[in-house]
Write a protein that binds this ligand. Sequence first.
Ligand code: ADP
Ligand code: ADP
Ligand code: MG
Length: 669
Amino acid sequence: MFSKILIANRGEIACRVIKTARRLGIKTVAVYSDADRGARHVAMADEAVHIGPSPARESYLLADRIIDAARRTGAEAIHPGYGFLSENAGFAEACAKAGLVFIGPPPAAIRAMGSKSEAKKIMEKAKVPLVPGYHGDDQSPDLLAKEAARIGFPVLIKASAGGGGKGMRVVEAADKFADALAGAKREAKAAFADDHVLVEKYLTRPRHIEIQVFADGHGSCLYLFERDCSIQRRHQKVIEEAPAPDMDPARRKAMGEAAVAAAKAIGYEGAGTVEFIADQDGTFFFMEMNTRLQVEHPVTEAITGQDLVEWQLVVAAGGRMPLTQDQLRIFGHAVEVRLYAEDPARNFLPSTGTLVHLKLPQENQHVRVDTGVRQGDTVTPFYDPMIAKVIVHDRDRASAMRRMAVLMGETEVVGVATNAALLKALCSHPAFVGGEIDTGFIERHRDTLFPAPALADDRTFAIATLARLVEWQDREPTAGDPHSPWNQQNGFRLLDEGHDEVRWKDGDRDVTVIARRLRGGGLSLELPGGTQAARVQRTDDGRLAIDLGGETFVATAVRRIATDGGVDYTLFSDGRSRRLRLVDPFDLSMYEVAGAAEATVRAPLPGKIIDLRVKAGDTVSKGQPLLVLEAMKMEHTLAAPADGTIKSVRYAVGEQVPEGAELVEFEAS
Ligand code: ADP
Ligand code: ADP
Ligand code: MG
């Protein structure tokens, strides 16, 4: 076995590999970019080497620099994680040349599966069933359009070099094909520097079922069962589970054997995943093979009781796999959710910022949390916006989903938008829990998964107001009873004995809560729905223990200065979160913010303008695309917020813009 390895990655996967290495007594070397100087993976590793500036192509994608770091630190092997250089055959070769073990498959196997088009050609020969489509070399738009018509709409255009759902476009009809092709090629070029595409039949209501395979250098190749990864957004996984619901043993065996045949056809070694797309009737077709460890590998680890990173290390060091096919068993059910810094309500737009407050679930025998961040860390636009993976293992699917829904309700993040509420809604959704599973689930159930924001309730206003009062008390802990929020000299209160007003904005609604001190201690709160008695105390861990009208509960309130300078309170209680804006009576500027925001279209993320559809003087209608911004390797189309006229366009195609930049000045009509 190795005595020291380098991890050519960052975030949760780097931390996860370090954990296994440590357990096996292997020393670890981390690499990091400028943005990751203080990152968790750097703190966890035994040693760390700085490899360059924040953009991945100047750090995590620089093979030479990483190999050099391994040489200098005396590491014998490199674990590539996933993403970055993990499926780069050239990197695997360069490692070998430098006398380092690449912990992954042989370069030839990576190359064989590196292009989805080439992979389909190989699988066709190995008689693995394929989705009907075109995966040839001729890339002329006319031919591709003709092929699409032959296959029959809807079709899916995919970047051959694709991954992470990038460079992929669904096309519903022939007249939309040319535009979609151009978009897919642009995105593919930006993300993979290769705009070769394939076209295939777009299945409606399919399931994504994949098989974990493993092979060693002694001729053994086996499958560690399946994972169902059908719950997706933008063709990217959000929830994964194992085993797949309703999988019968015969089909499991057929898919497992097809996957092993695929791996053997390319002389595979190490961990790999063969992805299939399955019809509701169970018919399955090969989609692609990922020649690396997968993000969702923990669900397989949970149900098999194995550590796949340990298996990778053993196999890479020339050992045999610890088990045979017959010895593998499935225990219970596991589910993983990907907690992302993104805004589901804004088409899952990635969200960047500092994690001013972060409370992830506690690990225990049922719960595992893989994360690369801590409270205070920043989600930057440079890398994938995943905050954590939460994995639950339980005796059956219903129990696992129930447990996960509770955990997501208890997860607290302030500083970036997250999909926690969506994950909770999914894991408690009767249809999903009942077994309705396909890749269109989120879109189809939008109404129930993304409920229109309801007005804040009295409880929310009470928590926020009590938080504010406790804060005042914390700030001036001088006079009198330290537990009463009423002992400081505050201008308001002098007007009326023991009376205070706190004003909140909930969307467009303005709500004033009046708080009065009661004789025997405690408070009375005048809330929109009526008056209630309340008591509050700060707990040892900084939360609020509240008694509201006789009901006691604990809540968390986090105060944060928003990017527009206003003060927001995020309140967590009862498995829900809610945000209120504090109205400061001395700050009049905030009353103009809403009107001003209307007049400009700002960059939601730092990025590059890649397409401008309007110029000064144009009249536009609400929702009309104005420009396309490329950020985090994805294209984001920004639309007119209302009907109106374009007053000015501030940037040109090709320009890099910072977050919040005023891109288009706009006058509503
Ligand atoms: P990536 O490299 O981005 O993972 P995949 O080829 O694995 O690309 O496809 C990603 C997702 O897109 C799949 O999980 C599935 O939801 C959807 N998808 C892919 N091919 C098809 C298809 N032919 N019909 C319907 N959905 C598809
Ligand atoms: P999976 O099928 O396991 O979701 P994907 O093909 O979607 O795998 O990609 C693997 C993961 O690698 C993605 O979820 C993404 O987070 C990460 N990834 C891919 N490319 C990059 C990159 N350039 N930088 C950071 N992370 C990346
Ligand atoms: Mg895939």
